[in-house]
Design a protein around this ligand. Structure first.
Ligand code: E4P
Length: 218
């Protein structure tokens, strides 16, 4: 399963990419609004750092304007994936942009029918939001299971990009279900590393080694 970082914050990307575990980045207007500077320049720098798919979301809401904005975003860098919200206009824009070879991520997916329609219009990625469903007492991971099952019935190329993840269990469950990608806030990526037994075990290995070295030089 691929791991994306859900951020527009360059220092976080610079810290995590060298670990070799990051396959791409997702941004959204909320994330980019938190950053200082020209969002297009930030997106360009992100593409240069990650050298993988970088989702950049349109803020237009009417299909023709979305297509125009999507084309402009795609010109920033070949790694840009144009993100459109799942609306009727977004679906139209996805069809047009994907037909001309631009990769599209259809975002704000909250139901299996929306995921099915995103695949029909050639989305490269569909982004179901698990955390926001959990927030309203509806199982986000149940939605992922349903989309995995539906996509497996057909020769669908759209990748399931699990979004709005809030903790390591979302990542574990997504991987067990066979989702293609999880996009995670930096703190969630950090949480994937932690296990107290690793820390205790390493401390003991190093202490034992030092003891043996000291004995050998006595
Ligand atoms: C996905 O691409 C979105 O940017 C994101 O995962 C939204 O997450 P949130 O619900 O934590 O805002």
């Amino acid at each position: 399963m691929k791991l994306f970082i859900d951020t527009g914050h360059l220092p976080d990307i610079e810290a995590l990419v060298p670990l070799g575990i990051i396959d791409g980045i997702t941004t959204n207007p909320t994330l980019l609004a938190k950053e200082k500077g020209d969002p297009r320049e930030i997106l360009k720098k992100i593409c240069e750092l990650v050298k993988g798919p970088v989702s950049a979301e349109v803020v237009s809401t009417e299909a023709q304007a979305m297509i125009k904005e999507g084309r402009e975003l795609a010109r920033i860098d070949p790694y840009i994936v144009v993100k459109v919200p799942f609306t009727r206009d977004g679906v139209k824009a996805c069809k047009a942009l994907s037909s001309e070879g631009t990769k599209v991520n259809v975002t704000l997916i909250f139901s299996p029918t929306q995921a099915l329609l995103a695949a029909k219009v050639g989305a490269s990625y569909c982004s179901p939001f698990v955390g926001r469903l959990d927030d309203i007492a509806t199982s986000g991971m149940q939605l992922i299971q349903e989309i995995v099952e539906i996509y497996a019935n057909y020769p669908i190329k759209t990748e399931i990009l699990v979004a709005s993840t809030r903790g390591p269990m979302h990542i574990v469950e997504a991987a067990r279900m066979g989702a293609d990608i999880c996009t995670c806030p930096p703190a969630v990526i950090d949480s994937l590393f932690n296990h107290p037994l690793t820390d205790i075990g390493l401390k003991k290995f190093l202490a034992d080694w030092e003891k043996a070295q000291a004995a050998a030089t006595r």
